[in-house]
Design a protein around this ligand. Structure first.
Ligand code: ADP
Length: 239
């Protein structure tokens, strides 16, 4: 990790004025892509990701089919205009890795065995990046899957935690992600208390990691409530 010239924590506050355990402002919109079977847009501060889900649909060529389950395919991609310097739209190693970890974070939540010989496609488009894009994408994807009517064991909630200027923090922004001492991407199925993603970059002691996992679980519970609220609003019966 690079070291920042600028101090990232001043008088207990972070560069964007937040306290260590404070999440950024979270915005959730559902059904943003009319052609998709399910879609959602989630913003954590300036990080904004659109997820769209297609399927379950018949999978061709046939040799790709699994006879006892559906297959989940995820594509994470960062729009060329999502960062300060134009990002090439060609999938790079980072996007390929993130597509895989996002798939692994979502798979345990889906009843794939209910839809043999099919595929469920999840597309994540990062339209603006300011740290924690993979976890924002997982939150959007899990909502889009639910909105597509795909049977799930639970929603998947995700957030990042890390260490910045020696302080343990929740929901890292771009500066904190790039210049902090460590960052951890975390995803959870809250009602099962099952962790589906845990990735660490940087150095942390065992105690710090334990504490961060606790902080991430608390943050995921808040995100879970917002996700459920967004789903309920959609299906609200009008009086
Ligand atoms: P995540 O976005 O999941 O935290 P990374 O740790 O790889 O994933 O990236 C951290 C942040 O660095 C991103 O959220 C984004 O703000 C920034 N970033 C990543 N790739 C690029 C890029 N190609 N150009 C500019 N900024 C980037």
């Amino acid at each position: 990790m690079k070291k920042s010239e600028e101090k990232l924590i001043v008088k207990g506050k972070r560069v964007d004025g937040r306290l260590p355990e404070e999440l950024r402002n979270i915005e959730i919109k559902v059904d943003v892509i009319s052609r998709a079977d399910g879609s959602a847009e989630v913003a954590f501060g300036n990080t904004r990701v659109i997820a769209s889900v297609y399927g379950p649909r018949a999978l061709y060529p046939k040799h790709l089919q699994e006879y006892e389950s559906s297959i989940l395919r995820c594509r994470y991609s960062m729009a060329p205009f999502s960062v300060d310097e134009r990002k090439s739209p060609v999938p790079d190693r980072r996007s390929i890795e993130l597509s895989k970890v996002i798939r692994l974070a979502l798979e345990p939540a889906i009843f794939l065995e209910d839809f043999p010989k099919t595929a469920i496609d999840v597309f994540l488009e990062v339209v603006q990046a300011d740290g924690s894009t993979r976890v924002t994408g997982i939150n959007a994807a899990s909502l889009a899957l639910a909105l597509a009517g795909i049977p799930m064991r639970d929603l998947v909630c995700a957030c990042s935690v890390g260490k910045v200027d020696g302080t343990l923090v929740v929901d890292l922004n771009g500066k904190e992600d790039n210049f902090g001492e460590a960052d951890v991407a975390f995803a959870l199925m809250p009602s099962k208390n099952k962790i589906t993603l845990l990735q660490m970059d940087g150095l942390l002691s065992k105690e710090e990691l334990k504490k961060l996992i606790g902080m991430a679980k608390e943050a995921c519970k808040k995100i879970y409530e917002l996700q459920k609220k967004a789903l309920r609003e959609k299906y609200k019966v009008r009086e």
